[in-house]
Each structure stands twice: as C-alpha cells, then as structure tokens.
Design a protein around this ligand. Structure first.
Ligand code: BG6
Length: 479
C-alpha cells in the first residue's frame, strides 16, 4: 500500500493506526508492505518514529504495545516523491519493481489537484498493473464539472473496477448495521414506506471547529464537506430499494436511483428549504471557543457555511411526501451522528389524551453505536398513563468486542477488492448534480450565513425549517 500524503493528518491519525490494528490481528498478508510517500526529505527511521508516536497517540493504551509496533514497523518504508517529478516515481518503482502480480494500492490522501499528475506519473513509471487499485479521498472536486474532470483523468489510467472512491461514513459499523437491519429482518421492510414513515431526520453534528484546516475548510464549507458525500450516502442506504444481492453494483444501482429521484431545488425551495449558518464565539462544554471568523486561515468576512440544514424529498412511490431533514454543523452542542425514522401517529387515540408520541427508530452512529426503538408503554400506577420507553440495542454491550474504525474496514475492502462500500462514478455525478444549484444560489445571494452561537444546535432558522411541518428535531423533544 502506497500512501501519498503519507506524512499528512489523515495518514497519521487514521490510516496508519487502522493498518496497525489489521496488522495486530494478523489480517495483512505476511509480505504486505506500506510505503509512505510525501514531498518532505525524511529518513525511514524518522518516518517510523513519527508513525509510532502517532499510533501510540491514536490507539488506545489497551491496544497499543511496543512489540506489535516494532513488528508493524518492519512493513513500513518511506520514499520522498514530488508528485510533479516523474523521476521521483522511479525511486518508488525501485522499491516495487518485483512482484508485479501482487495487489498494489495507491492511496491518494492529497489535494485533488494532484490526483491526475500522480496517476499519470504512476503509469509512466509502469507501476499500474491489473492488480493495482487507486483510492481517492474526498473532496472529489468542488462541483460537477471538476468532479467529472478528476474522474476522466483517473479513469484514463485506472479502470472503474480499480477505483475506490472513499466515503468513510460507509465504513462505520452502524451504517452496515443499517443494511443488516433493513435487509436481514423481515420486520421493518413493510413499514419502510410513506404509509408508515412520517419523517426522517439525519444529523451529523460535531463539536469540533475547523481544527487547523481553516484554509481548506474556508474554500469548502459544510455542504461540500459533509452533505454532498456523507449525508447523501446515508440517505441512500436508508431510502434505497432492497438490492438483489450485496454485490457492489446491485447496491450501487439502488443507491443511484435514490440520488436520481431527489427532487431538484427551485430558487424558491433554496430560500424555503435550506438553511446555512456560521458559528460565532461561544462555549463547548463550558469552554469558550472563538467564532469561525476568528479561526486561523479564514478569509475576513468569509461567507463559508459551517452549518447546513435542508429538507430533501424523494420522488418515488415509496417516499412521496415524506420529508427527509438533513443537518450537519461544526461547533454544535454535541458530537452526535444519528438517523431518526419517525413513524406516523396512531390513527385513533383510544385513551383520550389528545396525542401520543410517535414511534421512532433511532440508528446512532456516534458517539456510541446502537439502535433504539421507541414505543409507548403504560406508566406504572393505577391510572392509564402512557410513557415513551425504548428498546436499546447497544452494539458494544451486545457484541463485547472493540468496534472497528471505519478506515480499518475500508482499507481491508480495498485490499480484498470489494467495491460495495465505495462510490461509483455515476453516484458522485448525481450527488453533485443535485447539490450544485444550492451551492450556486448561496454563492450568488448577497446575504451572509445565519449566525449561531458555538455550543448551540445551529441557527434558529433550522428549528423553523422543520417546525413548519409541525415537527421538531429530536433533541427538542427528547433527551
Ligand atoms: C470529514 C470531514 O470527511 O469528516 C471533516 O472533512 C469531519 O470536516 C469528518 O470532521 C467527520 O468524521 P467523523 O468520522 O469524525 O464523524
């Protein structure tokens, strides 16, 4: 596995610790090697020291030990490569020239502007074999045209079956559990329609701010960073028709149908059904934090959004008129990623209370992974009073094993050539096609994103968006 951007944040924080775990569990091939590649001049020992230091930081003390770290290090090498210098790729080739039959993974954890030149230079150095794979980290472009260009350029060197477009949300255990829940149980599928589902909410809330990535983030914003990919991928898994099998194209064919059925936003919809926000100074768990405009690397008066909420609709028989509320933001009150499926109210209230709370299925990805089903039960006592209770499936408790990090699963899938959890080219196009008019409209509007205080749940307009239908975000109705 050759990691371009080998000294970068993602490699150190996620990729190498993930490979450490897979090494520790004996899942990497005995001759499997990992080559970090970056522009810096660095000796192998220094790279190894950096990897060991980061692994010890990002792996729990219970799982990290010196002996495993040392045996892991024997797999690792470092090569200095300037992506623009074909001659540098020869040095990489010298490390790989034998074993052309082995799986080669080129992980491009770099700016997308380098994807093309890296692929061209890999091919030039004869490094691209039929058993090679390329992994593309997001952001894949900043709009449809730039994404198409990247795909064409990479597609000129690698076949589609060799291209792994990663969305780490799909590697999260709960997302796969959502697939298991929907298609491994007969119970939910009949309920999974407009007849029973009242509304769906997907929230990806973060407490962190831009975290030293100010410059990158300021040119990206929450819609490109989280909605175009992670939120839409979750929406697809939740809303797709049952695929015929778990094969990559069977699943991806169904996902793309959801993307194609997303109702396009008109200019009026963009005003009424989308909210963008930007945090100002506040406090996260009691600690004061600066506002977005005060963060390093942010342009003065930047209009980049750090919060998005929107109402999506899927124009199919299954989902007509069911609102899908999507929301994400930085510096929000909690770190929380969850999908909430609210079911319709009972058709007739025999108790005469006026209202009962709706049944609700919560699929939680973060911080703890689990599934909760909310039902109404009778409160103890002689009176007939109802109270919401929940059945709780806590995966950590049930399976009593460490949950894999998303990157562990996805890296093993790449090595094994399993494409199901990676985005196909046409999926990416469709996602951009849907979101682009929103981005364009925001760009041309003269107003600023709505301010919200760091540590809150976003701008008030987000509650009004969902409130107009008489609903509310889950945290407003439940703790
Ligand atoms: C990344 C975004 O894709 O996902 C980051 O670029 C974000 O801005 C991150 O913080 C969130 O991932 P997770 O797994 O921590 O929820």
């Amino acid at each position: 596995m050759v990691i371009f951007g080998g000294t970068g944040d993602l490699a150190m924080r996620k990729l190498l610790p993930a490979l450490y775990y897979r090494h520790r569990d004996g899942e990497l091939h005995e001759h499997g090697r990992i080559i970090g590649v970056a522009r810096e001049e660095m000796r192998r020992e220094d790279f190894l020291a950096r990897v060991a230091e980061n692994c010890s930081r990002f792996i729990s003390t219970a799982d990290f030990n010196e002996k495993t770290s040392e045996s892991f290090a024997t797999r690792i090498d470092y090569v200095r490569v300037d992506a623009n210098q074909p001659a540098d790729f020869e040095r990489l080739a010298a490390l790989m020239h034998d074993h052309a039959d082995r799986v080669r993974v080129f992980y491009l954890s770099t700016a997308p502007s380098l994807f093309n030149i890296i692929c061209v230079n890999l091919a030039h150095a004869n490094l691209v074999t039929p058993a090679s794979r390329v992994v593309l980290e997001k952001p894949l472009g900043r709009d449809l045209a730039s994404a198409q260009l990247i795909n064409e350029q990479v597609g000129a060197i690698f076949e589609e079956r060799q291209i792994f477009r990663i969305d780490h949300y799909l590697g999260k255990e709960t997302v796969q559990n959502l697939i298991a829940l929907r298609f491994g149980n007969a119970l939910f599928e009949p309920l999974w329609t407009r007849a029973w589902v009242r509304d769906v909410q997907i929230t990806l809330a973060e407490q962190v701010g831009v975290e030293g990535r100010g410059e990158f983030y300021d040119g990206t914003g929450a819609a490109r960073d989280m909605v175009q990919n992670h939120l839409l991928q979750l929406l697809c898994i939740l809303a797709m028709e049952p695929p015929g099998s778990i094969d990559p194209d069977a699943v991806r064919d169904e996902k793309i149908k959801v993307l194609r059925a997303l109702k396009p936003f008109t200019a009026q919809d963009i005003l009424n059904k989308t909210v963008r926000g930007q945090y100002r100074a506040g406090a996260i768990e009691g600690k004061p934090v600066p506002g977005y405009l005060e963060e390093p690397g942010i342009a003065p008066n930047s209009r980049t959004e750090t919060f998005v909420a929107l109402k999506a609709e899927i124009e199919t028989w299954r989902w007509a008129d069911v609102p899908f509320y999507l929301r994400t933001g930085k510096r929000l009150a909690e770190r929380l990623a969850e999908i909430v499926v609210n079911f319709r109210d009972v058709p007739h209230d025999i108790f005469g209370f006026g209202t009962t709370e709706c049944n609700r299925l919560v699929i939680r990805l973060q911080p703890d992974e689990g599934v909760m089903l909310y039902l109404m039960a009778k409160a103890p006592g002689d009176e007939m009073r109802l109270r919401p209770v929940h059945l709780n499936l806590d995966f950590a408790e049930t399976f009593k094993t460490r949950q894999w990090d998303a990157y562990e699963r996805l890296l093993m899938d790449v090595i094994r050539g399993r494409l199901t959890l990676f985005m196909r080219r046409d999926e990416l196009d469709e996602a951009w096609r849907w979101i682009e008019p929103i981005l364009d409209a925001w760009e041309s509007q003269q107003d600023r994103p709505k301010p919200y205080t760091a540590g809150s749940w976003g701008p008030a307009a987000s509650s009004s968006l969902i409130g107009r239908a008489g609903f509310s975000w889950r945290e407003d109705t439940d703790s």
